[in-house]
Design a protein around this ligand. Structure first.
Ligand code: PLP
Length: 372
């Protein structure tokens, strides 16, 4: 099998599995217990916290571990609304955000928040003049992602954060697809990340919070994570997240250069008939979302079962619904059904990628001939 679905999840790095092993197989203490074993577990969690914070490289705040980035985003949005100053009742977000942001915002709108969802340009970027026109002193929070999970397009997060701050609003950034792959933009007050997109384990994420911008607690209980996020932490998952973050930080240039080479090789192997969805310049190049006129992408996926690629986000793929991101770019129904997403990275070899792209191109050509 050739794995080309790095936006859905990444393989666990061997170094990460190795670091987690004792905390799965042998060491079981509750990190919040006062025993020597408990203290040891607590100490490794604190090392992991530092590793994640160092890789994030943001000043003036700290992280709390969460059960996923979805939880971190729910917490950031709902907890900020709970603490909203009088008169600030608006949230501004973007049509291409992940469901963890959009669905939470819709829920908040059903519960009294004034929600504005901004469209994007045909290249997937937000028009900052449009944002400027929307900002006023009723805005509580602006939520924009750094790298889009479906099309890889990046947004100018630091500029957006400055604009939000100028009108007294906070800025939340979903940095799930950026963390460990590129520099995290400075400026936001709240940043959500997830371990399983950076060669770490699933079911652990984190919310970075600027000091003073902490949302109200979302999960109540034993008062862990400074009383902000209750629940016994898993030393194994925290250690895995920390090891993955450290590795990504150390390998950032190497991983980046590898991805650039893979991107060029994939484009060449696919041939000229494919159109790239979203900006090429403002993009993470480990995400190649493309379309080809007249092909049925779902059929392509079914015909090439030994290549793991996708039609969009893992969450939307099963639903049969056309992707909200592709529709936001202005693609019509037929066009959005002729798109595939190839995601590659650290462990992808050029050889397997070229092989997969060649086969995808051949099958697409055959489809084209049959339907002509
Ligand atoms: N945000 C983005 C951009 C994502 O790609 C994902 C994962 O698909 C999430 C949020 C949710 O992350 P998690 O799987 O940790 O809940």
């Amino acid at each position: 099998m050739i794995y080309l679905d790095y936006q859905a999840t990444t393989p666990v790095a061997p170094e990460v599995a190795h670091a987690m092993q004792p905390w799965i197989a042998e060491k079981f203490a509750n990190p919040h217990s006062p025993s020597r074993w408990g203290n040891e577990a607590e100490a490794v969690i604190e090392v992991a916290r530092k590793q994640v914070e160092t890789a994030l490289n943001l000043k003036g705040g700290s992280i709390a571990f969460t059960g996923s980035a979805t939880e971190a985003l729910n917490w950031a949005l709902k907890g900020t609304v709970e603490k909203a100053p009088k008169g600030r009742n608006r949230i501004i977000t973007v049509a291409t955000e992940h469901a963890a942001v959009l669905d939470t915002c819709e829920w908040l709108a059903d519960n009294g928040i004034d929600l504005t969802i901004l469209p994007v340009e045909p290249d997937g970027r937000l028009d900052l003049e449009l944002l400027a026109r929307e900002l006023d002193d009723r805005v509580l929070l602006v939520a924009v992602m750094q790298v889009n999970n479906e099309i890889g397009v990046t947004q100018p997060i630091s500029e957006i954060a400055n604009m939000a701050h100028e009108c007294g609003a906070l800025m939340l950034c979903d940095a799930v697809q950026a963390f460990g792959r590129m520099e995290i933009c400075k400026g936001p007050d709240l940043v959500a990340i997830s371990a399983h997109k950076v060669f770490g384990p699933k079911a652990i994420g984190a919310l970075w919070m600027r000091k003073g911008a902490e949302p109200a607690p979302f999960i109540h209980g034993g008062g862990q994570e400074r009383g902000l996020r209750s629940g016994t932490l898993s030393p194994a998952l925290c250690v895995g997240f920390g090891a993955a973050a450290k590795l990504a930080d150390e390998r950032q240039t190497r991983d980046y250069d590898h991805v650039q080479k893979l991107w060029k090789a994939a484009i060449q192997a696919l041939g000229p008939e494919w159109i790239i969805n979203g900006s090429v310049a403002h993009r993470y190049h480990g995400n190649l979302n493309i379309r080809r006129k007249g092909i049925d992408a779902a059929r392509l996926l079914a015909e090439l079962r030994d290549i793991a690629f996708s039609l969009g986000s893992a969450c939307a793929s099963g639903s049969g619904r056309p992707s909200h991101v592709l529709r936001a770019l202005g693609l019509d129904y037929r066009e959005s059904r002729s798109c595939i997403r190839l995601g590659f990275g650290r462990y992808t070899t050029q050889h397997e990628l070229v092989d997969a792209c060649g086969r995808i191109a051949t099958h697409a050509r055959t489809q084209e001939k049959l339907s002509a």
